[in-house]
Design a protein around this ligand. Structure first.
Ligand SMILES: [Zn+2]
Ligand SMILES: [Zn+2]
Ligand SMILES: [Zn+2]
Length: 297
């Protein structure tokens, strides 16, 4: 059985976290309980769809009408269950539904790949986490992503006294570049990726797993950083070329170069039917699907 076929079971261990909310004068307001699953040691792909999602609104194609849940793709993102907390890659516009679907009640930190709307516009859903964390949510991103966040979510940086707790996301922004950095006591190696003519993206390697979405070109220097992987999650939009995403064929060329033990293709459009596309792929390459769990190695 290859790695991709193994069903990773996770303990559905619900635990409660208690957080107490105080008002400005220090008066007790409310006690909140949080519950979350424990998925330590795994990456869960929260979303594996392209920017409009699959099904696409109003589309009459076979994949959009498919009853196979693996053809139902929310916007792309992933979350790591690390020993010191849950680390989220990107805040997709579907973030709330993704976390509810997986039973994940806590996000301890967020790392952004790039500033596109399908990776950013769910950021408001981070509002509840400071209750449990006791502090703002740490956000690791490039300076470009930071400036987009400050524009799009300007209300999160309003200097006026908030009307109530959780009125706006509380964010602690920490800038990253191509240099390795540590979050939740785990080391991340950024992988610079090209995403069409106007956008640079960061992929990330952590141990022997890498998450590389939204790219149509990876430089030799970046490919060097992807050798010796157990699992690579890699962009592949559709069969035909696209100005900002890999086609399936181009993604397979990357796989040939870096030879990970297992590759999952993500950011998939409605051109790719889960069952029929997998029949055409090498056995160590599979389409990803929402909810896929990958062991952290
Ligand atoms: Zn995208
Ligand atoms: Zn369609
Ligand atoms: Zn993008």
């Amino acid at each position: 059985m290859c790695l991709g076929e193994s069903e990773i079971s996770s303990t559905l261990l619900w635990f409660n976290m208690l957080a107490v909310e105080w008002d400005r004068l220090g008066n007790f307001v409310v006690e909140r309980r949080f519950r979350t699953i424990d998925f330590t040691g795994q990456m869960i792909l929260l979303g594996t769809g392209t920017s409009v999602g699959v099904p696409a609104i109003g589309c009459d194609c076979a994949v959009c009408k498919s009853s196979n849940p693996k053809n139902n793709r929310t916007r792309s993102g992933a979350i790591l269950g690390l020993p010191d907390g849950n680390l989220l890659f990107d805040t997709s516009p579907d973030l709330r539904q993704q976390l509810l679907r997986e039973g994940i009640g806590m996000v301890n930190a967020v790392v952004f790949t790039h500033e596109h709307a399908d990776h950013l516009h769910g950021l408001d859903d981070l509002r509840l986490f400071p209750f449990a964390l006791g502090h703002a949510v740490p956000i690791y991103c490039s300076t470009l992503v930071e400036s987009r966040i400050r524009n799009v979510f300007d209300y999160a940086f309003d200097r006026r006294e908030p009307t109530h707790a959780a009125a706006a996301p509380q964010l602690q922004i920490l800038n990253i570049d191509a240099n390795p950095f540590d979050v939740l006591n785990t080391r991340f190696q950024p992988i610079p990726l090209v995403h069409g003519p106007n956008c640079n993206v960061l992929g990330f390697r952590f141990g022997n797993v890498a998450y590389c979405t939204d790219t149509n070109f990876i430089s030799d220097t970046s490919l060097e950083l992807l050798h010796g992987l157990d699992t690579l999650v890699l962009d592949a939009l559709r069969y035909t070329p696209h100005p900002t995403h890999f086609s399936v064929e181009q993604a397979l060329e990357v796989v040939d170069r870096v030879r990970p033990k297992m590759t999952f293709l993500t950011h998939l459009s409605h051109d790719l039917d889960y069952e029929s596309a997998n029949l055409l792929l090498p056995e160590n390459v599979r389409l990803a699907y929402d909810g896929l769990r990958i062991p952290l190695t």
